[in-house]
Design a protein around this ligand. Structure first.
Ligand SMILES: CC(C)(COP(=O)(O)OP(=O)(O)OC[C@H]1O[C@@H](n2cnc3c(N)ncnc32)[C@H](O)[C@@H]1OP(=O)(O)O)[C@@H](O)C(=O)NCCC(=O)NCCS
Length: 139
């Protein structure tokens, strides 16, 4: 844990890395090995599974769900770590409440609308929304 980290209990944090001035709201679960960059905020009820990394100065809204198991073989991978996929979120990314983030990469300076489902990598900054999430406005 870095300096001036703020955690509002109850939450489940398992051997994750929290940078300086990170905020974690209540009812959040962050699994093992997840990295949260400095000054990022994780709002209440979000779930960050293994293999997720979040850059610096990000805002993860309420009830944002990350996914690492795509059920590619028609069922859950059931702990077979080789089948799980990574998610990388850049810096200054804001993710609206109740969004679902499949295993993707999102570049710096992106906004994801509330309730969106991000199914593909995002490589250009801007505002994305919907299911599947698409660019709605350039910034
Ligand atoms: C995505 C977002 C940033 C877009 O804001 P905006 O640029 O002002 O967009 P607008 O409201 O002008 O909407 C533009 C279009 O996108 C659609 N849209 C906006 N937000 C959307 C969303 N979350 N999901 C799907 N479509 C959305 C609008 O219906 C509109 O569609 P239309 O052109 O067919 O009428 C905003 O709507 C949003 O979802 N913010 C997240 C806020 C949040 O979760 N905060 C958490 C802390 S409380």
């Amino acid at each position: 844990m870095g300096e001036n980290v703020q955690i509002v209990e109850p939450c489940n944090l398992y051997e994750c890395y929290l940078g300086d001035e990170v905020f974690v709201g209540p009812f959040v679960e962050i699994q093992r090995g997840v990295k949260i960059g400095a000054r990022s905020r994780i709002q209440s009820h979000s779930f960050l599974c293994e293999l997720v990394s979040i850059g610096e100065s990000c805002f993860i809204g309420h009830g944002v769900m990350f996914i690492n198991d795509l059920f590619r073989e028609g069922k859950p991978a059931n702990g077979d770590f080789t089948k799980y996929k990574e998610t990388k979120i850049g810096n200054r990314v804001s993710i609206g409440s109740n969004a679902t983030i499949l295993p993707v990469e999102i570049c710096d300076d992106v906004v994801i609308g509330a309730g969106s489902v991000v199914t593909k990598d995002i490589t250009k900054k801007g505002i994305y929304a919907g299911n599947p999430a698409r660019l709605i406005r350039e910034t």
